[in-house]
Design a protein around this ligand. Structure first.
Ligand code: N01
Length: 541
């Protein structure tokens, strides 16, 4: 059945589909392709499956979406048989789950590990891609699916003198596989996003001293993590059909939770405070669902932000440290909100100190210290929790040439352009899973991954059924979609923050709000309508 197997250079290794990445997206894509009779090969740069959960092994790493929801829904048996141990699964357990899925569905035999895809060139005569891998092979594929992940290109900032530092330097997004022991060491932690906020309390328990270098104070809500009981797991399992339906079709971010029906200013001050308290006590991301206008209206947002600032002041005993930890540079939620266990409390420990590097940026890293405002903070090890070149970074690392030899990096020089986040005009038969222009990082990633993979799989079946060779985003449809993504974003408070959603954490990266903020339910309906109308906005030949 395989058109790709027949078309390219005689004797070349050829597949219908090459999938880049064996994280949650790549694994499910492979499973679907197999089930539909397509030949497929997955290339994965890591030594195992799991993607982000393979690399992010830092102390305290766990998911901020509840484990019963941060899981595949495509197999009823899988979701009934897997036992999550905690409300928020720790990284090792999520990695174990990814490995279980790979084994249960016999996926490994089509995955080549420790292999990067370095280059992909579209051959306009053969209508197929030549894919060059890091082991020097070139394979042919009619289709390429980039399942490269949104937060997979870890970024160590270019800080003066870093190369002179004599101790170990770790990055949370590329953590060693062997145990890292900070016992007796003075540790410097740079970065206070989700990774820094999760790791600080654990490192502080082990290290002799922890110095946290903070550029931007962040909003964080207690996780209230706990072991899951059999009753809780059973309740989820019984209600999975409704929970999954709701997450896909109703919830804006793909998470089943009570949806707000009013704005923050519709309630009196005491009622509002009681609601915030209830959500703070409950813990987790749903703090932001108390009201339906926290991302839209500054005055409404201020009420939630003030509540959290008040909580920080209550928890942190030193008033100056509390003041520094209170975020003031962005509306709450416009940078990814953090979920923590004892983060603010950690600053009450005698072996923890906070250094403000907003007012006085790091001047230099020396052999044994981080120098700020002329003072050397001595450290034996450095932990960079400095984030990722998000959404586009891992795609940009692949040298992708589309029609007329244009590279994707040239096309995206002013910011990523896609139609529905799925394809980019000029690059036929190249799909992106949860790419810029789709809800992606604003959602429960597994819900969005399953939706994209299913949509791509359906489109491939359509192409095969119609005897077609290519699918490509139409340039005008893409322009309209990019404008729509932008317009929706600018109707919210999100672009106010210097966030990685905006590319603001990477010097020189264009400031574009990359994900689609219209909500996963709305987005799914748009994608389904496009398909139902004969893939409107795509050119198929
Ligand atoms: O990265 P980040 P992250 N000098 O980019 C600072 C997901 N995730 O790895 O804000 C000094 O958020 C930077 O400062 P600023 C989640 O979606 C999920 O923590 O740019 N500081 C910031 O404080 C999350 O949002 C989970 O001023 C520098 C920090 O480093 C995303 O991954 C857990 C600097 C980077 O924060 C990324 O999170 C972990 C410099 N030169 C991650 N450069 C869960 O599921 C950067 N910083 C819970």
């Amino acid at each position: 059945m395989s058109s790709a197997q027949a078309s390219p250079a005689q004797g070349a290794e050829a597949y219908d589909v090459v999938v880049v990445g064996a994280g949650f997206a790549g694994l499910y894509m492979l499973h679907r392709l197999r089930g539909l009779g397509f030949s497929a090969r997955v290339f994965e740069q890591g030594g195992g499956v799991g993607g982000t959960w393979y690399w992010n092994r830092y102390p305290g790493a766990r998911c901020d979406v509840e484990s019963m929801q941060y899981s595949y829904s495509f197999s009823e048996e899988l979701q009934q048989e897997w036992d999550w141990s905690e409300r928020y699964a720790p990284q090792p357990e999520i990695l174990k789950y990814a490995n279980h899925v790979a084994d249960r569905f016999d996926l490994r035999r089509d995955i080549q590990f420790n292999t990067r895809v370095e280059r992909a060139v579209f051959d306009e005569r053969a209508n197929s891609w030549s894919v060059t891998t890091s082991d020097g092979r070139i394979v042919q594929a009619q289709f390429v699916v980039l399942a490269t992940g949104c937060l997979s290109n870890a970024r160590k900032p270019d800080i003066k003198g870093l190369e002179n530092f004599r101790g170990a330097v770790y990055h949370t997004g590329n953590w060693p596989h062997e145990d890292v022991d900070f016992t007796g060491l003075r540790v410097g932690l740079i970065g206070t996003g989700s990774s820094g906020i999760q790791s600080a309390p654990i490192i502080a328990e082990q290290a002799k001293h922890l110095t946290v270098f903070q550029r931007t104070a962040n909003f964080s809500i207690p996780a209230r993590n706990a072991a899951l009981t059999d009753e809780e797991r059973d309740a989820f399992r019984k209600n999975y059909p409704e929970i999954r339906r709701f997450a896909r079709e109703v919830a804006r971010n793909g998470i089943y939770a009570e949806q707000p029906d009013r704005g923050a200013l519709d309630d009196a001050e005491d009622v509002r405070r009681a609601k915030y308290k209830a959500r703070w006590d409950h813990g987790g991301l749903t703090f932001m669902y108390v009201y339906n206008n926290l991302g839209l209206n500054q005055a409404a947002n201020d009420t939630a932000a003030n509540y959290v600032r008040g909580k920080i002041a209550e928890i942190v005993t030193d008033p100056e440290t509390a003041r520094l930890l209170q975020p003031s540079s962005h509306p709450i939620g416009t940078k990814r909100i953090c979920i923590d266990t004892d983060y603010f409390k950690t600053f009450n420990r005698p072996n923890v100190s906070l250094v403000d590097i907003k007012t006085n940026p790091i001047e230099e890293i020396t052999a044994n210290a981080v120098r700020v405002a002329g003072r050397d903070h001595e450290v034996d090890a450095l932990v960079m929790a400095t984030g990722f070149d998000a959404m586009t970074g891992s795609v940009a690392k692949i040298d992708i040439h589309g029609r007329g030899g244009q590279t994707l990096n040239q096309k995206w020089a002013e910011g990523p352009k896609t139609y529905l986040g799925l394809m980019s005009a000029g690059f036929p038969n190249l799909f992106i899973v949860t790419g810029p222009g789709s809800p992606s990082v604003l959602s429960n990633m597994i819900v969005s991954i399953e939706q994209h993979v299913d949509w791509i799989a359906d489109s491939l079946v359509h192409i095969r059924g119609q005897g077609l060779a290519t699918i490509e985003a139409d340039g005008d449809a893409e322009e309209r979609w990019v404008a729509h993504v932008n317009e929706v974003a600018h109707g919210t408070l999100y672009p106010q923050a210097n966030s990685w959603y905006m590319g603001a954490n990477i010097p020189g990266k264009p400031r574009i709000f990359m994900p689609y903020i219209g909500g996963v339910g709305v987005y799914r309906r748009i994608c389904d309508e496009v398909a139902a109308k004969g893939y409107e906005g795509f050119v198929m030949e």
